[in-house]
Design a protein around this ligand. Sequence first.
Ligand SMILES: [Zn+2]
Length: 283
Amino acid sequence: MEDFPAWHFDPKGIFSVKSAYKLHVKISEREYMRDAESSYNSIGNLQNSGDRFWLNIWSLPCPSKIKMFIWRVTHNSLPVNMNLKRKRVNIEDTRCFLCHRLDEDGAHLFIKCKRVRQCWRLLNLETVRRDLEACSSASDVIHKIWCLPVKQYMLIVVMWWMWWENRNKIREGDPACSTENIVFRVQSYTKEYLNLFKPEKSVILKPVPKWKPPQQDQLKANVDGAYTVGNDFGGWGVIIREASGQIIAARAGKVQNVGDAFTAELHAVREAISLANQLGIGN
Ligand SMILES: [Zn+2]
C-alpha cells in the first residue's frame, strides 16, 4: 500500500470540514477549560475574592466534573455562542441550538430559553426561575441559588449540567433528549448524589467567625481539618499568631487513611501541638 497524507483527526484519515469544525470547537473548549482551571487554582485569586463562593461550589454534593462546570457557569466561561463570539472565535450563527430564536448566552441557555423553561416547570421550580431571571449577573444567580434548600439547588445544578450535555449533543448533530427524559434523570441523579455525597449543610453559607486575638503575652494556634466523602485522605492546616495578628508560623498538609471530618480535625490539632513543640512554644 502506498503512503498517503492522512488527516489525523479522522479515524479513516480523510479530511472533512465537519471534522475540522469539531476540532476547532474542541480546541476552543479546552482553552476555556484551561483558563478556568488556572484561575480556579490561583489561591491568591480566591483569597482576594473575600468570600466563600468557591467553598460553596467545592462543598456541593456531586462529582468534581459538575463542580467544575458550575464554577464555569458562575464565571461565565462556558463556550456558549456569545462567549465564543466575544473571544473573537469566527462563529456565523450565535443563536441558541435549542430554540433557534435568540442569541445563546448563559442566561438564555439555562434560564430564559423557552425549551429550558419546560424543565424548570416540570421540576416545580418555575417561581425560583422567575426570581433568577431578574438577576443581572451569573454570580447574582448563584448567590440566590445558595440560599435555597439543598434539594432545590441540587436539582438546579444537576439540571444545568444535563441541559449543557443535551445542548452539546444537539450541537454535534445528535438528536435532542426529550424534556421529560432529562427531568426524570435530573430527579434520579439528584437523589443519588444527595445519598452518596451526604451534603454538609453547615458548610454552605456558614458565616465566617471573626478571629479573636490572644492576650498580649500569648500565642494562638488555629487549626482546620478537611475531608471530602468518597476520598480516603484529608487535609489539615495550622496557623500560629500573636496578639497583633502577626503570623508566627503556618503549616498545611495531606493525611492518608482518613474516613471522616472529625479525624481530619484531630490530625490538625496534633500537627499544631507538634509545630508548637518544634518552635519551643510551651503552655
Ligand atoms: Zn433558546
